[in-house]
Design a protein around this ligand. Structure first.
Ligand code: ADP
Length: 637
């Protein structure tokens, strides 16, 4: 019998399929199961709308049969089936949806290899040719007496012949290719592999996907078994439904138990701990979707590395179309795991197309709001739980505030926690604001290695004395966060170490100007002794009981310098250092005495000592620790 030729564009597509360099060949099974499921749907629908079609929905199923001897894999359904004309038009032409696009792309002179074939077109059925060198489709349309067999070896055409088939439905029989270099086709004949693929891609198909599997079980104990009977085991072949059919997220919230939510999470996302929270949500209207999102209780080990990939699983009516759809999650919520199911996406939508998909953007925006809402709710209602969240993912939220030039700060600022000098525990910015005395001009913060160290900073004292609260920041990123926040409702963030952190009264201003004037000879002498080490030496307006401290002039703060020093690479930014002296302190008096006596040697010694102390207080390294040690010791002699 003469072979019929595929339509021109189908032929090209088949060529691509047969010689596919596509790496995800395994998705052929998903495609065929999805077609089978559609066929069941169509029959179920017929039954629903036509009394003459008595179909028992519970009998609808998809059967998978591997046969190692014959090297065949068969996907069967008992759905609507196809008539001769259906076979001709459905499997003789490439799916209508894709063909137009396909023609266009080729017309633009693109090389076929460059095209992500699977991604771009509705090529479902043809993907069988990625793993099979011969495909037979045996089908009988519902309500017809005659069955037909469609056969093809790929690009050189197909035949259709009459044949026998008992019940309506379709069998797709693939003759699996022999293994080639680097390509293992044998695996598609292995029960365990097929089970794995069904679980992975088609778990939520609404019809049972059944397969005969080995069940290893204990033989029944014989009646006459004696005292010393040892149980015997046997392998029994058994038909089993592989898929779980009803996606958890499709069920009404009220019908899902906490345990079911948790088990789903642990199984799916390979965590051994229960999640911190689950968000089960849906929308109908412009975009229709269901989503089930989880906030883990711990960061995965690779979370803060490049290896970690963010993203949500994307399903289209129960069929997985993308494992990690990154565009569904903003970076600041990249810790969220979960699934989104929307019938609005076609099965074969490609990553490139998805990226620019408006519906995806709408869903992502809605989910971002949901996630934030849930976090705020936990923060208010379960503060302890929120602390757990915060210790796992707080830094990610902070990075989010800093990222993209602070674009997301409004979205994220409610989620931030900082250590409160007043409360002795973490506080939100809102709670801080609520406690703020009326005359407090700024949100105050101070950065350092630990809360204890910050609390002892000389600059901090004067602000606490005023009864103002300070946010103690111990993370590297904190200083950047404060800079990114800038201000909230017109109230600025101010480092407690800044010279003008406390606005001065006219009187105070005058007094400090006088002090600075009187101190001039001392300051000049110290500057001369220290040379380029410091940009300036001045009488401090910020010290209370301490004798000395370091502050920075210019865009680079001391905190930033400390942070940069920790980064690898050696090169680092340095802050322009200002040495501040407390004119009311005893060491200052001693220094002044030496200056007035013209004792240059002592002045130099004191200047170096004071500078060394200032560095130590600022948690910066001494330039010459040996010299500093010697200076300190010399004081004792
Ligand atoms: P798509 O599913 O994207 O339309 P396919 O190439 O996978 O493209 O299938 C083409 C058409 O062939 C389907 O639309 C359907 O009408 C028909 N078809 C494929 N498989 C089956 C099946 N198992 N039972 C009935 N019809 C099928």
């Amino acid at each position: 019998m003469a072979k019929k030729q595929f339509k021109a564009e189908s032929k090209r597509l088949l060529d691509l399929m047969v010689n596919s360099i596509y790496t995800h060949k395994e998705i052929f099974l998903r495609e065929l199961i999805s077609n089978a499921s559609d066929a069941e749907d169509k029959l179920a629908y017929k039954a629903l709308t036509d009394d003459q079609v008595p179909v028992d929905r519970s009998q609808l199923k998809i059967t998978i049969v591997p046969n190692k001897e014959l090297r065949t894999l068969t996907v069967s359904d008992n759905g609507v089936g196809m008539s001769k004309e259906d076979l001709e038009s459905n499997l003789g032409t490439i799916a209508r949806s894709g063909s137009f696009q396909f023609k266009q792309d080729l017309a633009q002179g693109e090389k076929p290899e460059d095209i992500d074939v699977i991604g771009q077109f509705g090529v479902g059925f043809y993907s069988a040719f990625m793993v099979a060198d011969h495909v037979s489709v045996l089908s009988k349309a519902y309500g017809s007496d005659q069955a037909f067999l469609w056969q093809s070896d790929g690009a050189d055409g197909y035949t259709i012949t009459e044949c026998e088939k008992d019940a309506p439905g379709t069998d797709v029989i693939m003759h699996i290719k022999a293994n080639e270099d680097g390509e293992d086709y044998d695996q598609y004949l292995e029960t365990y592999k097929l089970q794995e693929l069904i679980k992975k891609y088609s778990d939520y198909i609404r019809y049972p996907i059944v397969m005969e599997v080995d069940d290893y079980r204990q033989k029944p104990k014989p009646e006459d078994a004696g005292e010393d009977y040892k149980p015997e085991w046997e392998t029994v072949k058994e038909w089993k439904t592989i898929n779980s059919m009803v996606p958890l997220w499709q069920r009404p919230k009220a019908q899902v138990t906490a345990e079911e939510y948790n088990n789903f999470y642990k199984e799916k996302f390979m965590d051994w701990q229960d999640p911190l929270a689950v968000i089960h949500t849906s929308a109908e209207g412009a975009v229709t979707y269901k989503a089930m999102l989880y906030i883990p209780s711990k960061a995965p080990y690779d979370f803060y590395t490049r290896e970690y990939e963010k993203g949500l699983q994307l399903y289209s009516s129960g069929v997985l179309i993308m494992d990690k759809c990154a565009d569904l999650l903003p970076d600041h919520f990249r810790f969220v795991r979960g699934v989104v199911d929307s019938a609005d996406f076609s099965l074969n939508i490609s990553r490139e197309v998805l990226q620019h998909n408006r519906q995806l953007t709408v869903i992502a925006k809605a989910l971002e709001k949901k996630i934030k809402g849930e976090l705020v709710k936990i923060q208010k209602e379960e503060p302890e739980k929120y602390e757990t969240f915060w210790s796992a993912f707080g830094n990610q939220i902070k990075y989010g505030v800093v990222a993209d030039y602070g674009t997301h700060k409004e979205m994220l600022q409610d989620l931030l926690l900082f250590w409160s000098s007043k409360e002795g525990k973490n506080t939100t910015l809102q709670a801080y604001k609520d406690r703020m005395p009326e005359d407090q001009p700024y949100y105050y913060y101070a950065c350092g290695e630990s809360v204890d160290k910050i609390a002892k900073l000389p600059q901090v004292e004067r602000i606490l004395d005023k009864g103002y609260e300070i946010l103690y920041c111990t993370e590297d990123v904190d200083d950047f966060v404060m800079q990114a926040l800038g201000e909230i409702d017109g109230k600025k963030f101010m480092s407690a170490t800044a010279e003008d952190a406390l606005p001065q009264t006219e009187e105070e201003k005058k007094a400090s100007e006088e002090k600075a004037e009187a101190g001039k000879p001392v300051l000049e002498a110290v500057k001369e002794a220290l040379g380029d080490k410091v940009k300036e030496v001045r009488i401090s307006k910020i010290l209370k009981s301490g004798a000395v401290c370091l502050s920075a002039d210019g865009p680079v703060s001391l905190e930033m310098e400390r942070y940069m020093r920790k980064l690898e690479g050696g090169e680092h930014m340095t802050a322009q250092r200002v040495l501040e002296l407390n004119a009311d302190s005893a060491p200052y008096a001693a220094l002044k005495k030496a200056v007035e006596a013209g004792d240059k040697e002592t002045v130099e010694k004191y200047a170096k000592l004071l500078y060394g102390q200032a560095l130590l207080l600022a948690e910066l390294p001494l330039e010459d620790p040996a010299e500093y040690a010697q200076l300190v010791c010399s004081l004792m002699v």
